[in-house]
Write a protein that binds this ligand. Sequence first.
Ligand SMILES: Nc1nc2c(ncn2[C@@H]2O[C@H](COP(=O)(O)OP(=O)(O)OP(=O)(O)O)[C@@H](O)[C@H]2O)c(=O)[nH]1
Ligand SMILES: [Mg+2]
Length: 447
Amino acid sequence: MFESLTEKLTGALRSLRGTGALTEANMADALKEVRAALLSADVHFTVARDFIARVQAACVGQAVLKSVSPGQQVVKIINDELVKLLGEGTTELAAKRPLKVLMVGLHGSGKTTSTAKLGKLLKKKGARPFVVGCDIYRPAAIDQLEILAKQEELGFYSDRVTKDVPALGTTGLATALAQNADVILFDTAGRLQIDTDLIEEVKKLKAAVTPDEIILVADGALGQEAVNVAKAFHDALGLTGLILTKLDGDTRGGAALSIKSVTGVPIKFIGVGEKTADFEPFYPERLASRILGMGDVVSLVERAQENIDQAEAEKMAEKLRKADFNLEDFLAQMQQVKKMGSMQSIMGMMPGMSGVQLPGDAEKQMKRTEAIIQSMTIQERRKPSLLNGNRRMRIANGAGVKVLEVNQLIKQFEQMQKLMKMMKGGNQQKMMRQMEQMKRRGGMPGF
Ligand SMILES: Nc1nc2c(ncn2[C@@H]2O[C@H](COP(=O)(O)OP(=O)(O)OP(=O)(O)O)[C@@H](O)[C@H]2O)c(=O)[nH]1
Ligand SMILES: [Mg+2]
């Protein structure tokens, strides 16, 4: 997320971060670079200008130049100002139950996907979400929502015959309440542009279901355009929050950075990938530290907690400790990691890793490793040494890979096993040597 902005900002701040003496001149230079970085990330120029002015004022006010570690302090000030820009204050949905949420936005912005993602997230938190498909213009849109609702086990209602959207909304709401749902999400139709028909229809739906939250789903990759879209929707409907989607792509960050200060509407969630798990509550503090290249370990841990089975994880850790971790366990673990979302989105949360682009085939590689293990019998997964040449060939055929890849996986796995035995034995020196060797040979299997 925001790789190029992060890169430019860390570049600009690197010179300041050091302990060296900070002068007004080199601080001005660094701030000029910061401003350029913001502008090239498509941040609105008035937002960038005000931002720099505030940072400058804060630096003077806090007598940065005379402080013990001036560079660090400037970074801290920039961080704080970024947090303000991204929107201090509450970014949570209203706590009211039942809660009615209207999802609006342009065509293809991610409304339907985000409706399911939000449902999933709320369900994890113990709510009983229900989704209502109000996009009557494309039957496929209703199907899309229904499939996602089934997948995430959310309540669902729609009507493929009616032409009356407000009536559909009302019936959907009644159905949801009758089923004891406590959060009702209305997915609406998108249009190519903000046209009056669209707005009129959503207004009628709003009047019919009286939502507590009106959330605009906006494509974060649109940059400044997303800010204009948000303004238009806000004027017409009175938004209570925003979901910025597609922040995983080559988004430059402009929308995320300008939208709150221009519209005053808080970002509440962000979409960071196509999978339903690639969705997070929006925390300005965390995004600020991600933008400044400091990672976001808190979000990473939360995502792990939400998507990884705790009991399973403990069992795995125990197996690792006892050096009794076989390919079957490895497969199970890979599947757990996959639940956390795409590899690239996980990487972006690790300190210092945000700029690291995974090789395009990292996910593919993981799938191949999975296919290889899946082609083995249970006995073989538990004891790969059983695999002779003939079996390796069959497995390669079964998984659609070369025998060489099967051999590599087994070889790497045997090394990992050796490593686990050493950990168990507590021989650290030997372990480090083994790890070095593994690194040279291309890392852990599957990665
Ligand atoms: N990479 C990425 N793709 C996303 C994200 N959110 C949605 N998408 C994709 O964007 C496309 C459009 O998403 P939808 O949820 O169908 O969008 P919509 O707003 O409902 O579209 P309409 O119903 O046609 O107005 C789909 O291919 C989604 O998988 C995201 O956060 N990241
Ligand atoms: Mg849709």
